[in-house]
Design a protein around this ligand. Structure first.
Ligand code: SAM
Length: 381
């Protein structure tokens, strides 16, 4: 198969459509091409930033694909971004396939195949860019990844049910955070993951700033600028906190900080609230970085270019106000019919509020309008 300009050999799945990619001797999921296309563009954009700091030459930037399977992710970085990539997988079949795929692409000089437990490798070696794309949760690998990483940490999580609060106990076990299964559960999942990454990095006296994160289909993906030092770490932890949710009236609000007192009563309707956290409450992407990724998407030959551009553009244009609203949920409560989302956004702006769409769903929006005003505006539409 070919993704971007990289050609790899992967196990051919039987014609039976129920056969999951994880049942193959070596894993390859064609649905993750979009994730890997964005990875090529985001890594290329980040490498340009690293090189502009003049501390490094392109040949010296080292990337690790710690859970490599066929090698596709790391090979694409070596071939399409042009930096050194280590592809690691503890499976003997995967290790052999990675070596074969390195040869197919003639990338022997720019790559290294290893067959280790990812945690062992990441505790042994330091890399500028650490990419962890395991099965399910990245949580057992975040400590080692945080120890290893020097410049950018890229993380995929496919355990959306624990992250989003659908499997509450599993979420608490994996991330030491309480998620809430609300209509904005996808954003909840992203903020649980980002919060966990910030706390893992903090143990190694590294701060972080999210460059880009998105929730697409069944996974969460984040690209984090890693900022070493105690000052940066303490500054990062200021973006951690809790989120209050009122199940009665729909009020939601952030409470910044870990050592905080939280009122259980909803400030709008007085009902008992629910509390999620600790969570990342800061921005989950940097607008300038999104622009740089969009420029990279333009210049690389990618099969999912249009979809990728749409996602990154939505991410870029979202307001930095935690926890979106879903128009359909509010309309259902009010017995009102939903308008086009753009019409609602125009109406909110016309009332002097900030409002934007989100990449999380087509019926969702962000606004600084209080819940009572949002309902009034929806009723009047
Ligand atoms: N990154 C790949 C891609 O984009 O196609 C997919 C990786 S797949 C989801 C996870 C891989 O991690 C499997 O090939 C599995 O053998 C490997 N793996 C699982 N646990 C591991 C561990 N602790 N150390 C190293 N490899 C591991």
């Amino acid at each position: 198969i070919v993704e971007g300009t990289t050609k790899v050999s992967v196990p051919v799945p039987p014609p039976d459509a129920t056969f999951p990619p994880s049942a193959a001797p070596v894993f390859y999921n064609p649905e993750m091409e979009l994730n890997r296309d964005i990875n090529v563009a985001a890594t290329a954009a980040f490498v340009k930033r690293l090189l502009s700091r003049k501390e490094l030459l392109r040949e010296e930037v080292r990337y690790v694909d710690a859970f490599s399977a066929s090698g596709i992710r790391g090979l694409r970085i070596a071939g399409e971004v042009g930096i050194h990539a280590t592809m690691n997988d503890w499976s003997p079949e995967a290790f052999e396939l990675i070596k074969e795929n390195i040869k197919i692409n003639g990338l022997e000089e720019k790559t290294l195949a290893t067959r280790k437990s990812a945690n062992v490798l990441l505790h042994e070696q330091k890399y500028h860019i650490v990419d962890i794309d395991p099965f399910g949760t990245p949580s057992p690998f975040l400590d080692a990844a945080s120890a290893s990483v020097r410049s950018m940490l890229s993380v995929t999580a496919t355990d959306t049910a624990p992250l989003c609060g659908a499997h509450l106990k599993a979420g608490i076990r994996k991330y030491a955070a309480v998620p809430l299964n609300t209509e904005y559960h996808s954003e909840m999942g992203l903020r649980v993951l980002l919060g966990a990454c910030a706390r893992e990095l903090a143990k190694h006296e590294k701060g972080m700033s999210p460059l880009l994160s998105h929730v697409t289909r069944h996974y969460v993906r984040a690209y984090l600028d890693v900022l070493p030092g105690t000052k940066q770490t303490d500054r990062t932890l200021k973006s951690i906190g809790f989120s209050i949710h009122c199940p009665k009236c729909g009020f939601r609000g952030p409470v910044y900080g870990l050592a905080v007192h939280i009122e259980k009563e909803c400030p709008v309707c007085g009902a008992s609230t629910q509390i999620a956290g600790p969570l990342w409450l800061g921005p989950f992407r940097e607008q300038a970085f999104c622009d740089e990724v969009i420029s990279e998407l333009e210049v690389h030959p990618l099969n999912t270019k249009d979809k990728a551009k749409k996602i990154i553009t939505f991410c870029r244009d979202e307001l930095d106000i935690p926890m979106f609203y879903d128009q359909h949920v509010i309309c259902k409560e009010l017995g009102a019919s939903a308008t086009g989302i753009e019409i609602l956004i125009i109406a909110l702006k016309a009332h002097g509020f900030e409002a934007s769409r989100t990449h999380f769903s087509g019926t969702s929006f962000r606004t600084d309008a209080p819940i009572a005003e949002i309902k009034e505006i929806i009723r009047a539409l």
